[in-house]
Design a protein. Structure first.
Length: 96
């Protein structure tokens, strides 16, 4: 199953997210504040994808908060994507 993800490469990109975003990939290490801001800005959010090294630094409180909101925290990398050309990327989620 392929899903379109909004790519967030910096805190400035976070400010451009829209209310209808459902899938987001962070290319930078988000703080708890960044994640909470995203959830507030995008109430339809279903998935947040992070590289594995970043996912390890997410607090248990934030993980619990996302779980309570039914937002799936996923591990994955996007290589070679240029956000100056396209803010979105199609990602194959396998059988999810």
């Amino acid at each position: 199953m392929k899903v379109v993800f909004r790519i967030i490469g910096s805190e400035e990109d976070l400010e451009d997210t829209e209310a209808n975003e459902e899938n987001v990939h962070f290319c930078f290490r988000p703080s708890e504040k960044n994640i909470l801001s995203l959830v507030k800005r995008s109430p339809k959010l279903k998935r947040i994808q992070l590289p594995s090294s970043y996912q390890k630094t997410i607090s248990n409180t934030t993980k619990t908060f996302l779980k309570m909101r039914n937002i799936k925290l996923m591990i994955g990398d996007i290589w070679g994507h240029r956000t100056d050309i396209d803010r979105f990327a199609e990602i194959d989620l396998g059988g999810v």
